[in-house]
Ligand binder design. Structure first.
Ligand code: HEM
Length: 526
């Protein structure tokens, strides 16, 4: 007994001899150790056979947040190898179930409206940035109508008018930019493509009046709006933090700029314009209510933000890939000379269809560098996973990652190789099981016909009711930007190698790490 008393008394004496800060440290360490032990025991002892396997993690709440956040595609592939296509991990305290492969894509992206919900996940981030009553701040049926208004505005006639606008913006940009003075030089390319993307998209989709404002106030305001999209805002969207205050001020100011422009356009009695703002200003919901001006303004913000990140990241990757493969950049130039004529006349919408390699460059870059690596949905009713004994409970979030099937050797031979020629039918790297959309069964969720199945391994624009409506615009924009840059420049890596920089996953949309510096040289004709 005396021995036991001594054993207890000694640590107690040691503890009371510590300073207050050290005592707090010791208590915290104790709590952490106990919670780690309980967490590990729970994983080892209480596995629910009707739920997918849980990725092993030491710390509760943090779970796998750090390994996932550092490199999501690697995280998916490593855990797919351990646990199979369906597994759960802890993301900031939330059980997040990943469903991979073509069946996983189908299960989540084509989930029924009573089972899955996008707005519950995204609204905290998007509503303070876009504004009220649009996209995820309204019932899904209203979003479907809004998507229809946007989509019907993107007609062939509209695209025909956009190509010269985009081509002209690209040429003017390089003529004016101090970074491209002289015959050759080096440049950190992603910020340049970010500017070109916003100038071309705002001019084509929102008209010249708005485009011109990007030379003045709008660029900074959009930057402040963008800060609202930091992943930390999934938790801190409400907090009176400096970046949230700037976000809210920018939202009010940008919305007012759009509303003033709408008012001015209405007063002018404008007719027959091809930009989306004009179409939305003249659209009416099924219940007979014309789209209010504040909703037009908020949709304008949403459209530009949705397109900006994805298109600017994709165009940056294209340029970095071309710098790593100058031979392919030459092939692109030769394709234009061969198909459009040696004098390279002004580019038209019809010309884009005559440039299959130019199209394949965009397609192949999106296969390897899809800007949206994780698509999330809240679970609204327990969902049995077909072909398994698992039922996903409503306490979980679902996560789809179509980028995994787009880099699966089962469908894409040598999947890690960037090979635009793989999209030619007789290529040794040609994909299997990538169906032609035209041949697929179609469904209308309220915004026009889209492919019914989501089971293609190649889905950079998503699938189902939340599928992208900007795909055709993005293709026109990206193909035009690439064609115009190829006419003006030759690129290569500064060290002449074929290396490509890594990916930055720190924001919601993945993009190249910076600085991503390339060497440029003007073609003689430029
Ligand atoms: C939705 C990708 C460009 C507007 C989506 C989704 C993906 C995607 C994967 C589905 C998101 C989900 O299911 O949660 C891309 C890529 C682009 C691109 C890779 C460019 C390379 C654009 C552009 C616009 C746009 C230029 C606008 C003109 C939208 C809209 C939605 C959407 C409105 C619907 C959101 C919903 O219904 O929840 N996009 N996008 N996107 N995108 Fe795009």
């Amino acid at each position: 007994m005396g021995f036991l008393n001594e054993a207890v008394a000694e640590p107690a004496l040691w503890f009371s001899g510590l300073g207050t800060a050290s005592q707090i440290g010791v208590v915290l360490l104790g709590i952490i150790t106990i919670s780690v032990v309980i967490n590990v025991l729970k994983q080892a002892l209480f596995r629910n056979p009707n739920e997918p396997p849980l990725v092993f993690h030491w710390f509760p709440f943090i779970g796998s947040t750090i390994t996932y956040g550092m490199d999501p595609p690697r995280f998916f592939k490593e855990n797919r190898a351990k646990y199979g296509d369906v597994f759960t991990f802890i993301l900031l305290g939330k059980k997040t179930t990943v469903c991979l492969g073509t069946q996983g894509n189908e299960f989540i992206l084509n989930g029924k409206i009573r089972d899955v919900c996008a707005e519950e996940i995204y609204t905290v981030l998007t509503t303070p940035v876009f504004g009220k009553d649009v996209v995820y701040d309204c019932p899904n049926s209203k979003l479907m109508e809004q998507k229809k208004f946007m989509k019907v505005a993107l007609t062939t006639e509209a695209f025909r008018s956009y190509v010269p606008i985009i081509a002209d913006e690209v040429t003017t940009y390089f003529k004016k930019s101090p970074d491209f003075k002289g015959q050759s030089g080096t440049v950190n390319i992603p910020p340049k493509l970010a500017q070109i993307t916003i100038f071309t998209a705002s001019h084509a989709l929102q008209g010249k009046e708005i485009r011109d404002k990007f030379d003045e106030s709008l660029a900074d305001l959009y930057h402040d709006l963008d800060m609202g999209f930091s992943p930390v805002n999934f938790m801190l969207h409400w907090a009176p933090l400096p970046w949230n205050k700037r976000r809210d001020h920018a939202q009010r100011t940008v919305a007012k700029i759009y509303m003033d422009t709408i008012k001015a356009r209405r007063e002018r009695g404008e007719t027959g314009s091809q930009d989306i703002m004009y179409h939305l200003m003249n659209s009416t919901y099924k219940n007979g209510v014309p789209v209010p001006d504040h909703e037009v303004a908020h949709m304008m913000i949403a459209l530009l933000m949705a397109g900006q990140h994805s298109s600017s990241s994709t165009s940056s990757w294209i340029m970095l890939r071309l710098a790593s493969r100058p031979d392919i950049m030459e092939e692109l130039y030769e394709e234009q000379v061969r198909s459009l004529g040696a004098d390279l006349p002004p580019l038209t919408y019809e010309d884009l269809a005559k440039l299959p390699l130019n199209q394949a460059i965009v397609k192949e870059t999106l296969r390897l560098h899809a800007p949206i690596h994780s698509i999330m949905r809240a679970v609204k009713s327990p969902m049995p996973v077909p072909g398994t004994k698992y039922v996903i409970p409503t306490s979980h979030v679902l996560l789809s990652a179509p980028g995994v099937s787009a880099t699966d050797p089962q469908y894409f031979p040598n999947p890690e190789v960037w090979d635009p020629h793989r999209w030619e039918p007789d290529s040794p790297n040609a994909p299997s099981l990538v169906r032609n959309e035209q041949d697929e069964e179609k469904i209308d969720y309220g915004y026009g016909l889209v492919s019914k199945g989501a089971s293609s391994p190649y889905l950079p624009f998503g699938a189902g009711r939340h599928r992208c409506i900007g795909e055709q615009f993005a293709n026109v924009q990206l193909q035009t930007i690439v064609a115009m840059i190829v006419r003006m420049f030759k690129f290569r890596n500064v060290d002449g190698s074929d290396k490509v920089i890594g990916t930055d996953y720190a924001s919601l949309f993945s993009r190249p790490l910076e600085p991503a510096i390339i060497y440029w040289e003007k073609r003689d004709r430029a």
